[in-house]
Design a protein around this ligand. Sequence first.
Ligand code: SF4
Length: 526
Amino acid sequence: MLDRKRTNDDRRKPAVQTPKRILIVNCYMDDLRVPIRRKTKIPQSMTAVFLAGLFSARNCDITLYSELYSGPLEDERLLSGTDMLVMTGVNTAFDRMLHLTAYVKSKNSKAVVVAGGSAIRALPEYSKKFFDYCCTGDIEQLADVIEDAFGRTYVSETFKETGWAVPRFDLVPWMTIMAYIESSRNCYFRCSYCSLTAENGKYQPYDIGYLRAQFVALGSRRMVHFLDNNFASPDRQFILDRFELLQELHEAGYFRRWGAEVTSDFFLNDGNLKQAYDCGCLALFCGVESFDRKSLLHFRKYQNTTLPQVEIIRKCLDAGITFLYGIVLDITNRRISELKAELDFIVGNSDITLPAFVTLAIPLLKTPYFYDCLAQKRFLPNVKLRDLDGTTITVKPLDSMTQAVQFVQDFQTLRGYKARIMRHMKNFYKKYRSVLSWDRMGFAQYCAFHLCTPKLATLGTDLGRIFGNGYGKYTRTYIGSTEVLDAVYKPAFRLDSKYESYFKPTMLTDKHGNLSETLQPDLLMN
Ligand code: SF4
């Protein structure tokens, strides 16, 4: 049985210090460019929850906030009196970090502001101008920051004893549909468009004891999802150890179903699927990205060329596990006619699930794809960092811009494909109803619904808010150079004029499409 006592750290001891008020925010900008909440989006970000595990529960009063789940943070009460603001987020969230810094510093000029995440790792020099601490390492770096800013008593006792940042699930409001856990970090592949490739971090399987501690902190849940970038592992023993633990926890009632993000090498060993199913696996997400071999080679996604992708998907479904994946459309290297043919192939093949999402290839900062676009002068003029969101054209397409815009606009809701998607759902149901349980089938079909309405499907009960917040009042151009700015670029309340520049978008390119001068020291360092 699990030792529940081990997870209770310093929270039981009496506080001896004046608690520090800590605000940890997952910063986010929505594709719709209006201030909305994505309450039913899967997955939700959990970095803030792990970061909270580095603070002393006894000496810190911690608030977690996810802009993905709760919408833009503009609550003056929450932003006031903060001793330390910790922010995390992807490339597009960088400007939100600037906004929140301005808000918090205006309320308390002595507040310590800490920023981390992929944009900070890519732009460490530029970031120093705005934030007190710029974290370019792993999450544990925050413990050094806390010690430096406040002293060691404010660092979690559990972390000091074990080196583990045990996530503060007790503080998180956004684990409603599903609970999240992590068993490894980084990835051992190097796909050309992936931010992990840009960061070149080493794949790190976690200690099994740490994984157990996360489950114990979580308690009993119906559905748990592993947020690992790569749940597969070249270390066979590590996979077996995790399955053994999952089996034990499944039998002990810690969860009923689980899911994970794997890479295609996971499917090379047939035993993996059987073991996963036996301990309650509901769904596996694997980055297919394309069914076109040339594109996979171009993405440097060599691992996806070992077995035919359709065969992998069938194998997974026949093992009784839902297979989920995304499709990446690279309009800089493929003709729109080819991309449409690929979408035709997908919706016409009921042997496979439909993708969970379709996105443009994004030249994320410091990835090989980013440098290719730069070397080939493909970036459009006046592109903002915020535009790197997968729904905005930031690089020159092979076809005309007019055709590209129409294509991007159509694939947001798969216009022209809906009847075929319905047919696919019906045929898929007939084919797999005997092998997929009702919840696994339901999850697969949810993805089809999501594909037709990717924006609305994740809004849940929040549907009405989008119209009250500006959606429909402007027309998107889908081109980075001319795209409308989000409403959050207008301060939510009166601020000192010295923060005016914090609300200007960070420009990635200048009016000629060259890298903006301010970002050159960071991005041309390689
Ligand atoms: S396999 Fe996935 S996580 Fe790993 S580098 Fe490629 S895209 Fe990134």
